[in-house]
Design a protein around this ligand. Structure first.
Ligand code: M6R
Length: 616
């Protein structure tokens, strides 16, 4: 939540910061602002609403070109999304400018202290207190980095802070606790951002900042210290393996459409390099020793939102292939119920961004209790993999649209790999059995491509439903999380009442929601193999149709048994039951995207949301 950019170097800081903010707008779009150091002073402009409003304000009130600057795009926590609460926040003298991502939990007490000392604060934010504290600390030490360290030692909560001071015109200082911040190293220039996407067009050389570290950015290099002032020893530099084209729309109207289309490639990439020369699965990044994995007697998957739905599907695969009991839990609930964990528990934390605070807190709790944590993550160098015992990266490439699509499919691939790997290590799966599933997984990229080629009727159907208020989703077994995912996509994009149910639960209450012409999407499992599942859901379709529902049935191509009960039939290619979510979810993504467009909603930036949820 909130996107932050900082720059120092030979270019126009304002241009670099604005183009960085453009790439980070997915993180928050309630307001935006910049501050630039120039001509011995500091110029700042900020505006409520999207970045376009800020750009317009800058056209009307240009700021001078300068070598150092900072910028912010906000997802509001404390204080309404208006001009005053927008970042940067300046001190009373207008010499310090500061941007912030996160929440300062002790801000009320700090604000009271400042007000007692006669300081006037003009916004409702937690951030403004920090700019005043920073100005006070600077006035006694005349060193912005030292002032930042002193202030950070007083702050509680989660924060990324980036600041400039008019007295230090070639310096940008950043600090990080529990929120993301990466450094980009260029030739005679340096960048700071919440996400490498902000500076990828200038450099692909990045440095991860650790927990409780302060970084000083100058043209000739960066210096990282702890909040205690001791130079950091664990500074990890890395090369970003995707380029600027991956962070652009490539001709699509929305990032979401591009990301839906990228799914076959992303799925194939996530499988790449996972099979050793002996045909066995080799997950290099899973550095938990095989002996420890053999000892595991319980698996808990923790995640939020779409990643949680991937985790729900993972449970079916893990239990089926490893015979280890597995629970999937919302990360936001996990630590509050005092879960029973020990050294034989494996916690799998799934997160696209690697920064979701609820998931991070769940994994920290798990590790404190002695459990091992394996992260499934898409973002190299992010906090969740850094703090886990092992990581399996999905190779989806950057996901910019707030609605998660390709991350979900690649999380599924990664979860299937984890399940198979555990089965291999523990001997519950033979090599030929694993090889069969891997071949089936390898075929999925083509199957997703096939689905994508048949989506026009789905788009047409979505447009026809744009005036509806409610859409319900039903599924059984792995189709149940698919139903939940379809409903989530519709809620977040189309702002419609959408609910997913386990089809068997319908008769225990939700069937009362069915009335004439209510659209109900039903995910039908493949008829082969688990025919009992298929037959049960065929009956459920008849039950709702008898009560007037308009049935939208997602079924395997050639499944004639359900055709007669489908008002609209969406056919997907044959897959094994456990892998069907990878094809059945795709029409639901397209459906939600088209419905949102038809209703005139912003597809990539739905209201009230942000891509990366870095507050609890
Ligand atoms: O970055 P994460 O995977 O941890 O994010 C988790 C959820 O916030 C995310 O999946 C969210 O539900 C999506 N916007 C749904 O499309």
């Amino acid at each position: 939540m909130c996107g932050i950019v900082g720059y120092v170097g030979g270019r126009s800081a304002l241009d670099v910061v604005i183009s960085g903010l453009r790439r980070l707008e997915y993180r928050g779009y309630d307001s935006a602002g910049v501050a630039v150091l120039a001509d011995g002073g500091l110029a700042s402009v900020k505006k409520a609403g999207k970045l376009a409003n800020l750009e317009k304000a800058l056209d009307e009130h240009p700021v001078p070109a300068g070598p150092a600057g900072i910028g912010h795009t906000r997802w509001a926590t404390h204080g309404a999304p208006n001009d005053v609460n927008a970042h940067p926040h300046l001190d009373s003298a207008g010499r310090v400018a500061l941007v912030h991502n996160g929440i300062i939990e002790n801000f009320a007490q700090l604000r009271a202290e400042l007000e007692e000392r006669g300081r006037h604060l003009s916004s409702e934010t937690d951030t403004e207190v920090v700019s005043h504290l920073l100005a006070e600390a600077f006035s006694s030490c005349a060193d912005l980095a030292e002032a930042m360290r002193q202030v950070c030692r007083r702050l509680e909560g989660a924060f990324t802070l980036v600041a400039v001071h008019a007295d230090e015109p070639d310096l940008v200082v950043g600090a990080r606790r529990n929120s993301p911040l990466v450094v980009g190293i260029g030739d005679g220039e340096a960048f700071l951002a919440s996400d490498v996407a902000a500076f990828i067009e200038h450099t692909r050389e990045a440095v991860e900042l650790g927990q409780d570290q302060v970084v000083e950015l100058r043209r000739d290099g960066v210096l990282v210290t702890g909040f205690d002032g001791v130079p950091a020893e664990d500074v990890r530099a890395y090369h970003v393996d995707w380029d600027v084209s991956a962070a652009e729309k490539a001709g699509y109207d929305y990032f979401m459409l591009k990301e839906i289309a990228e799914q076959p490639r992303a799925v194939a990439d996530t499988l790449l390099g996972r099979i050793g020369s002996d045909g066995a699965l080799s997950l290099d990044e899973v550095r938990i020793p095989a002996a420890q994995l053999r000892e595991v007697d319980k698996i808990v998957v923790v995640a939020c939102g779409t990643a949680y739905h991937a985790g729900m599907i993972a449970k079916y695969a893990i239990e089926h292939w490893t015979r280890i009991p597995c629970e999937t839990e919302l990360a936001s609930e996990f630590r509050y119920r005092d879960p029973i964990l020990d050294g034989r528990t494996l916690v799998v934390a799934i997160s696209q961004s690697g920064e979701t605070m609820d998931t991070l807190m769940a994994l920290r709790h798990a590790r404190e209790q002695g459990a091992k944590v394996l992260a499934v993550c898409n973002t190299n160098g992010s906090t969740i993999p850094r703090e886990s015992d092992a990581v399996l990266y999905t190779h989806a490439g950057p996901e910019v649209a707030v609605a998660s699509t390709k991350a979900f499919l690649t999380q599924l691939v990664a979860c299937y790999l984890v399940a198979l790997y555990l089965g291999q290590v523990r001997g519950t799966q033979w090599g030929d059995e694993i090889a069969t599933v891997i071949r089936e997984l390898a075929d999925i990229a083509g199957a997703v491509e096939d689905v994508l080629g048949t989506m026009e009727p789905v788009r047409e159907l979505a447009r026809g439903l744009a005036g509806k208020n409610t859409v319900l989703f039903l599924g059984r077994h792995v189709g149940y999380p698919v139903a939940l995912e379809g409903a989530l996509k519709l809620k977040e994009l189309a702002y419609m009442h959408a609910e997913g149910f386990a089809a068997g639960e319908l008769k225990h209450g939700p069937i009362a929601l069915i009335e004439e012409d209510v659209p109900v999407v039903v995910v039908v499992p493949p008829p082969r193999g688990r025919s009992v599942l298929h037959d049960k859901i065929a009956s459920n379709i008849q039950e709702i149709r008898a009560r007037g529902a308009r049935t939208i049935v997602i079924a395997e191509r050639g499944d004639e048994a359900v055709r007669a009960y489908a008002d609209h039939l969406i056919e997907v290619p044959p897959t094994p039951t456990l892998l069907q979510p990878m094809v059945a979810t795709v029409p639901l993504q397209v459906f939600a995207c088209e419905l949102a467009t038809a209703r005139g909603n912003e597809v990539d930036q739905p209201r009230n949301l942000a891509k990366s949820v870095t507050v609890e």
